[in-house]
Design a protein around this ligand. Structure first.
Ligand code: UD1
Ligand code: UDP
Length: 365
C-alpha cells in the first residue's frame, strides 16, 4: 500500500511516531507536514528526537485565520495528493491540518483513514469539535481509541469501517517512558524534585482568548501549594502578553514558566509530577497513563472515561474549583485499563492492510 500521512501540529508528530514505525515495516509511507506548527520547539524537536522519518513534504502553511490556514493547506495538499496518488490518506486528531486533508481527500480518489475517530466534546464553540465531526463523516476507515468512541460513531450513523484500536498516544508513551527516564535531564535543569511539583499546560482557544478565564487559571495555578512548572504554548504566551498578564505570571514565585519542551522532557516532567493541570486533550490521557491525578481546565472533555474512572476532574476556569482540585488529597480509585494495550499502531496497520485485501506495498505496486 501507498499511505500518505498528514501531520502539522505538535500532538500529531507524537501520534504519528508509533504509527509511521509500524506502517513502514510493511508499506510505503509519504509523510506530509502542513507547517501548521513551525517553531523549533513546536515541530523540529520532535523529528530530531523521535524515531520518525523527516517529512517528504513541508507545505509551510504557518499561522493564520482558520479560513486562510485551512484553505491554504487544502490547495497545497490537493497538488501533493494528485501527484503522489496514494491508496489511502491517513489523518490524526482534530486540527485544521486534519480537516484540510479530510476535505481534499474526500473529493479525490484515495480512501481516507482517521486516527482518533469518534471523540466528541459536544461543544460546538471548539474549532476542534467541528474538525473532528466533519473528518469522521468524510472518512472510510475510522480508528476509534475506545468502545465509547465507536458507539458515538454508531449513533451518528457511521456503521462501516470502524475499528476499535486503542490510543496511539498510549503506544507512544510506553515506548518513550524509559528513554525519558534514562536520558532526560530536565528535572535537574529546572531544579525540580520527583513528586514535588505540578505540571501545567494551557493552550485551548476558549481559555487563552478570554482574559477573565486566563487570569482565573493563572491565579488558581499560583495557589497550588507547590511549584508549578508551566511549558508555555506560543498561543498562550501571546495571549498572556496581549492581556497584560505576562509580568504577573513571570513574577509569581510559584510558577516556573519555560519554553515548550521536547517529548522526552515532557514525558519525564509528567512522570515526576505530583499531579497535572491541563486543558490539552493529549496530556489528560498521558497523565492517566503515568498514574497522575489530572485537573482539567475545561468544562467538558472528549476523554470521558478518565473522568468516569475518578482520575480526572473537570474544573473549567473556576479559580476555587482549580484550587480545591490542585490541593485535594482524596485517594484515587483503582485504575482501570482504558484505551487499549499499547498496540494501537499495529492494529491500525492491520486494519489498513485488510481493507486493501491484505496487500503489502510490494503487492500493491
Ligand atoms: C492547534 C490546534 C489544536 C491543538 C494544538 C496543539 C487547530 C484549530 N488547533 O492549536 O487543536 O490542540 O494545535 O498544540 O488546529 N504559533 C507560533 N509558533 C508555532 C505555532 C503556532 O508562534 O509553531 C502561534 C501563532 O501565533 C499562531 C498561534 O500560535 O497564530 C496558534 O497556532 P495554531 O496552529 O493556529 O493553533 P494552536 O493554538 O496551536
Ligand atoms: N507536549 C510536549 N511538550 C510540551 C507540551 C506538550 O511534547 O511542552 C506533548 C505532550 O506529551 C502530548 C502533546 O504534546 O503528547 C499534546 O499536545 P498539545 O497539548 O499541544 O495538543 P492537544 O493534545 O491538546 O491537541
Amino acid at each position: 500500500l501507498k499511505v500518505l500521512s498528514v501531520v502539522g501540529a505538535r500532538p500529531q508528530f507524537i501520534k504519528a511516531f508509533p504509527v509511521s514505525n509500524a506502517l513502514r515495516r510493511e508499506h510505503d509511507e509519504v509523510l506530509v507536514h502542513t507547517g501548521q506548527h513551525y517553531d523549533e520547539s513546536m515541530s523540529g524537536v520532535f523529528f530530531d528526537e523521535l524515531d520518525i522519518p523527516k517529512p517528504d513534504y513541508n507545505l509551510g502553511v504557518g499561522s493564520g485565520t482558520h479560513a486562510a490556514q485551512t484553505a491554504e493547506m487544502m490547495q497545497r495538499l490537493d497538488t501533493v495528493i494528485a501527484d503522489e496518488a496514494p491508496d489511502v490518506v491517513l489523518v490524526y486528531g482534530d486540527t485544521n491540518s486534519t480537516l484540510a486533508a479530510a476535505l481534499v481527500t474526500s473529493k479525490r480518489e484515495p480512501r481516507l483513514a482517521h486516527v482518533e475517530a469518534g471523540l466528541r466534546s459536544h461543544n460546538w464553540e471548539m474549532p476542534e469539535e467541528v474538525n473532528r465531526v466533519l473528518t469522521d463523516h468524510c472518512s472510510d476507515l475510522l480508528f476509534a481509541p475506545s468502545e465509547s468512541a465507536a458507539l458515538t460513531l454508531e449513533t451518528e450513523g457511521i456503521h462501516d469501517g470502524v475499528y476499535v484500536t486503542g490510543d496511539v498516544q498510549y503506544d507512544a508513551i510506553l515506548q518513550a517512558r524509559s528513554t525519558a527516564r534514562e536520558h532526560s535531564t530536565v528535572l535537574d535543569e529546572l531544579g525540580l524534585q520527583d513528586g514535588e511539583y505540578v505540571l501545567a499546560t494551557v493552550h485551548r482557544a476558549g481559555n487563552t482568548d478570554d482574559r477573565t478565564k486566563l487570569e482565573s487559571i493563572m491565579t488558581g495555578l499560583a495557589d497550588a501549594g507547590k511549584p508549578v512548572v508551566f511549558p508555555v504554548h506560543p498561543r498562550t504566551k501571546n495571549a498572556l502578553e496581549a492581556s497584560g498578564l505576562w509580568a504577573t505570571v513571570t513574577d509569581d514565585e510559584n510558577i516556573l514558566l519555560v519554553e515548550p519542551v521536547g517529548y522526552l522532557d515532557f514525558v519525564r516532567l509528567l512522570d515526576g509530577a505530583e499531579r497535572v493541570a491541563t486543558d490539552s486533550g493529549g496530556v489528560q490521557k498521558e497523565a492517566f497513563y503515568l498514574d497522575k491525578r489530572c485537573v482539567t481546565l475545561r468544562d467538558e472533555t472528549e476523554w470521558v472515561e478518565t473522568v468516569d474512572a475518578g482520575w480526572n476532574t473537570l474544573v473549567g476556569a473556576d479559580v476555587d474549583a482549580i484550587r480545591t482540585a490542585l490541593q485535594s488529597t482524596e485517594p484515587l480509585p483503582e485504575k482501570p485499563s482504558l484505551y487499549g494495550d499499547g498496540t494501537a499502531a499495529e492494529r491500525i496497520v492491520d486494519a489498513l492492510s485488510n481493507d486493501f485485501g491484505g496487500r503489502s506495498s510490494r503487492e500493491a505496486t
